[in-house]
Design a protein around this ligand. Structure first.
Ligand code: HAM
Length: 448
């Protein structure tokens, strides 16, 4: 086989049909749970003014400082043409959209969900890609611990529908307000003044730019030093503590077990109060399947009026990996019911119409309308694993008959041509037909 001239860029991958089965299955679960809970679908652009990421996610976060892909137009037309970035996540864009479209005029809270690709110039490794897909839920415009609990519950229901919830733990923390964090980070920096040289390089620079990230550092030296350091919870006020307790109480009432994790801070700056992540029980933090939290200051940072929000997102590739590990099979709807084989110009025309009508009736039908011999067409039917083959040779075309072959049983019979469709439908069973009408059921089909 010749070497391909081009390959997917490093850290990206084609979503091949086999994986689309999983993608479709996940999207279905997300849409279903989102609809039940009143979320409405939104799609924001894949690239945005980079300012929303600088301001929203934070200039000194890894996601913005190191992982942002900048977008440049080949031919510059306006001021902003050099100022775009591929979205590394969906929250900032959704909040930008909420403000831009005056969604504060709608009944609050506004519940939105989005599914789509995100881009981070990360070091590719297992479960870490440069283009990946997220599904994301946001509740904007109202603050109450019950909303945090409801959001987490909806997400957990999706994971449970996909049969991976019991492989995960729900890690949860409260990181207080930005004032609490400011006081805490100052205390943390003071604590490290004479210990800085013992920190690994990356954490030493984080101590200056984003000290909170030290808490979830994977470096052993840092974790040992942190044992004697001030704790974030010492800086939280009573309101935050009460808020956290109430969220935990509600989650408990909803039957969702949680694991308190004082080191959980999340990698994006916009969070306050509740933060959480779903971790693999065996690998822990390394590949969080999803996470989120409250972001009551984000909309104001993006130019809106003060508006609270809470949300979360999940990496679809990581969800798929979990499903495969758990042995969950996504239903495959790409099977071939009928293969139509033909020989001769007359048969060819009749088969063209037969194929079209079978498809119209909801039968997955393939037909080789080339000039291949009947034998090689039968081989094709075999390769496509068709359940039945309809065979129209010159003779049958003249007689008004057709041969129906059951591929698994290896048996065939001659039937009247006009009976081909009803016979096939009867054999397949009406319930298996793949039909939809432009009515309510359309919602349930596999469009994106
Ligand atoms: P995040 O934790 O940065 O949060 O990303 C959410 C999920 O996206 C991760 O748990 C992971 O499954 C997946 N993910 C992130 N980076 C990669 C990557 N390089 N390769 C594969 N999967 C990845 C957010 O993005 C927030 N916007 C979540 C949120 C919504 N907070 C409030 N609302």
């Amino acid at each position: 086989m010749s070497q391909p001239l081009f390959r997917t860029p490093k850290g990206t991958h084609d979503v091949l049909p086999e994986d689309h089965q999983y993608m479709t299955y996940i999207k279905k679960a997300v849409r279903h749970r989102a609809r039940q809970a009143g979320y409405r679908r939104i799609d924001t652009p894949m690239f945005e003014n980079r300012g929303i990421f600088d301001r929203g996610i934070g200039e000194h976060t890894d996601v913005v400082e190191k992982e942002l892909y900048l977008v440049k137009a080949a031919r510059k037309e306006g001021e902003d043409d050099d100022n775009f970035a591929l979205r590394p996540e969906l929250t900032a864009g959704i909040c930008r959209s909420y403000i831009e479209h005056g969604m504060q005029q709608l009944p609050q809270p506004v519940e939105l969900y989005e599914i789509g690709p995100c881009f981070r110039h990360d070091r590719p490794q297992k479960g870490r890609f440069r283009q990946f897909h997220q599904f994301d839920f946001e509740i904007i415009g109202l603050k109450d611990p019950s909303l945090d609990a409801q959001l987490i519950y909806t997400a957990a229901k999706v994971l449970s529908d996909l049969k991976i919830l019991d492989r995960l733990t729900l890690q949860i923390n409260n990181i207080g307000t930005s004032e609490h964090r400011k006081a805490f980070t100052q205390a943390l920096q003071d604590f490290f003044i004479d210990k800085e040289r013992h920190l690994p390089d990356l954490d030493r620079s984080r101590l200056q730019t984003n000290p909170l990230r030290l808490l979830d550092s994977k470096e052993e030296d840092t974790q040992i030093l942190l044992k004697g350091a001030p704790k974030l919870e010492q800086f939280l006020d009573d309101d935050s503590k009460k808020y956290h307790e109430t969220v935990l109480e509600y989650l408990d009432a909803l039957g969702l077990p949680t694991q308190a994790n004082a080191g959980l801070v999340r990698g994006l700056d916009y969070y306050n109060q509740t933060v959480f992540e779903f971790w693999d029980k065996s690998t822990g933090a390394q590949n969080a399947v999803g996470g989120g939290g409250r972001y009551d200051g984000l909309l104001e940072l993006l130019g809106g009026s003060p508006t609270p929000g809470v949300g979360c997102a999940f990496g679809m590739e990581r969800v798929i990996w979990q499903m495969k590990e758990a042995g969950v099979q996504a239903p495959n709807k790409d099977h071939v019911d009928v293969f139509v084989a033909q020989l001769g110009p007359e048969a060819k025309k009749a088969c063209l119409l037969l194929i079209t009508e079978l498809r119209e009736q909801g039968v997955h039908t393939l037909g080789a309308l080339g000039e291949a011999s009947l034998k090689s067409q039968m081989r094709m039917a075999d390769k496509f694993q068709a359940r039945y083959t309809l065979l129209l040779g010159k003779m049958e075309a003249k007689e008004g008959t057709i041969i129906l072959r059951d591929m698994a049983a290896g048996k065939q019979k001659q039937i009247k041509f006009e009976e081909a469709i009803p016979t096939v439908i009867k054999l397949l069973g009406k319930g298996t037909l793949d039909r939809y009408e432009m009515n309510d059921h359309f919602e349930d089909t596999d469009h994106d």
